[in-house]
Every structure is written in structure tokens, then in C-alpha cells.
Ligand binder design. Structure first.
Ligand SMILES: Nc1nc2c(ncn2[C@@H]2O[C@H](COP(=O)(O)OP(=O)(O)OP(=O)(O)O)[C@@H](O)[C@H]2O)c(=O)[nH]1
Length: 261
């Protein structure tokens, strides 16, 4: 059974805080946001989840394997160390987009992101403990073909960035609209998608779509496991298979996942 547990992480009342009593220095905000993401990534990663920075004031984490107590501990630890607090909404569904809808609804129904009285919401349902080990999720790790030779070593950084971002925009829209999959840029030329069970043909169609729309060539490795780390790690191995075989889509085989993890 494939089921994704997603957590929406939202900084409470962040907009007003950034301008109270006066606008704060931008690089101080950037430092806070990136450190907060680093702490979230470490916390979630240590429990075999994945975290994505998305807009920094709102972040998304794949939290299969994390229970309500883990979420509470995250809130407590951040509140102890940062001048801001976090609200967390949790949702579970076969479709990652629906899981995120559910997670979001849990926070939105309590109040606005800029509501001074709405703090440290923790709401939503986690996967039942008994279901965790036999519930899988799918991670697809996309990479631009020869980004170094085509862009990094030839163009200035800004023009390279435009190409990569156009490819990302095209892929994220296609997978969201066609399959309810959620895709996140993770740096360099890499995009990680949290997907429902997709077929090889569906991945191939996505790659063809991005090439036609944005003129960016991608390849993808796909992994399935009970947590994001194992699924993503298997996907990375599958991506290496693409490199060695010259293919565009590879699915991890289960043996690799356990042998190398
Ligand atoms: N987040 C993340 N970034 C990576 C990973 N591997 C590579 N990168 C980034 O991607 C950039 C380009 O590296 P590659 O994708 O290996 O190089 P390439 O030139 O595209 O070559 P091929 O992928 O072999 O076609 C690196 O500078 C890193 O920033 C990864 O596993 N995760």
C-alpha cells in the first residue's frame, strides 16, 4: 500500500514579525530562515524523513515514520531556540497533493498565518503505528542531463539558473496537474518529487513534456520504501543506473535498497 504522510511547517505570524518594530535586516532574515530549514532537515532526516524548504516561511516535510510526539518535540525545540514558533499540520493520503491539502486545512482552519493569537498549532492524523512498516511511499529523484557541460561550464550563473528553474517549473506543474505529485528543487540541477505509484511511461511522458516545453533534458531514478530516506536513497542508486546505462528512467530494485543502506 502506498500512502504519504506530509507535514506542512508554517512559521507563526512571520510577516508581521519581519517588520516589527521596523523592517529587519534582510540578511538576518535569510540567516534565520536557512538555519531553521537546516534544523528541520536534521530533525526530520534523523527520523528518515525528507524536508523541503519551498518558501522558507512555509516548508513541507515527508514524515512517514514520525508520530505526534516527534512533531511536538520539533515545536518545543524550535520555540526554545528561535524568536519564532512553528505550526504543524499533518495529512496522509495515497496522493501527495491530497495529503498536503489535508495538512494545510488543519492549520488554516485554526487561523491565519498572520494571526498573532494562532501559535504552535499541532493538528492532523499520522499513519497508525501498526501500518507504518507496510506502508510505502515513492520518491523520484530527477537530474538535468549534463548540466555541468551544457550550462555551468558555459553560461554565467544567472542564465544557468534560468534554464534550471524553467525545467523545474515545467516539471512541477506537469506532475502536480497530471498525477498529484509534489516536486521540490533541492539545489544544483536536482529535483525531488514525492509521487503516487507512477509507471515508467508516466515518468517518460513527464520528461518528454519538460523537454518540449522548457528545452531541458532530465533523467530520473525512482525508489519505493516505507520512509523517505530509504525511498530517496534507492532513487539515487537508480539515477546512477541511468548514468551507467544511458537511460532516462530507472526504478530501484529492492536488493540495492537494503544492501547499501
Ligand atoms: N541535492 C542534490 N544535489 C546534487 C546531487 N548530486 C548532484 N547534485 C548537484 O547537481 C550538480 C550537478 O551535478 P551532476 O548532476 O552530477 O552533474 P551533471 O553535469 O548534470 O552530469 P550528469 O548528471 O551525469 O548528466 C552538482 O553541482 C550538485 O549541486 C544529489 O544527490 N542531491
Amino acid at each position: 500500500m502506498t500512502n504519504t504522510q506530509l507535514t506542512l511547517v508554517q512559521i507563526d505570524n512571520y510577516g508581521p514579525w519581519t517588520v516589527t518594530p521596523d523592517p529587519r535586516r534582510e540578511m538576518d532574515l535569510q540567516t534565520l530562515q536557512s538555519r531553521l530549514f537546516a534544523d528541520l532537515a536534521q530533525f526530520v532526516g534523523a527520523r528518515d524523513g525528507y524536508a523541503f524548504f519551498t518558501r522558507f516561511d512555509n516548508m513541507v516535510a515527508v514524515t512517514n515514520g514520525l508520530d505526534r510526539d516527534d512533531h511536538e518535540l520539533l515545536q518545543e525545540s524550535i520555540a526554545n531556540r528561535y524568536p519564532v514558533t512553528l505550526s504543524l499540520g499533518i495529512g496522509v493520503d495515497r496522493s501527495p497533493a491530497v495529503a498536503l491539502e489535508r495538512a494545510t486545512d488543519r492549520i488554516q482552519r485554526v487561523g491565519s498565518a498572520q494571526d498573532g493569537d494562532r501559535r504552535e498549532v499541532l493538528s492532523g492524523e499520522t499513519l497508525p503505528e501498526a501500518d507504518r512498516s507496510d506502508t510505502d511511499l515513492q520518491i523520484a529523484h530527477f537530474d538535468v542531463n549534463d548540466a555541468t557541460g551544457k550550462y555551468t561550464d558555459r553560461l554565467n550563473e544567472f542564465d544557468t539558473f534560468i534554464h534550471i528553474e524553467q525545467g523545474y517549473a515545467s516539471l512541477m506543474r506537469h506532475l502536480r496537474e497530471e498525477h498529484g505529485a509534489l516536486s521540490f528543487f533541492v539545489g544544483g540541477d536536482n529535483i525531488i518529487s514525492v509521487t503516487p505509484d507512477l509507471t515508467e511511461d508516466q515518468y517518460r511522458d513527464a520528461i518528454d513534456h519538460v523537454e518540449a516545453e522548457a528545452d531541458v533534458e532530465l533523467k530520473v531514478g525512482v525508489g519505493t520504501a516505507s520512509n523517505a530516506h530509504e525511498a530517496g536513497f534507492a532513487a539515487k542508486h537508480a539515477l546512477e543506473d541511468c548514468r551507467h546505462r544511458g537511460t532516462t528512467v530507472e526504478f530501484a530494485d529492492a536488493a540495492v535498497e537494503t544492501a547499501d543502506d
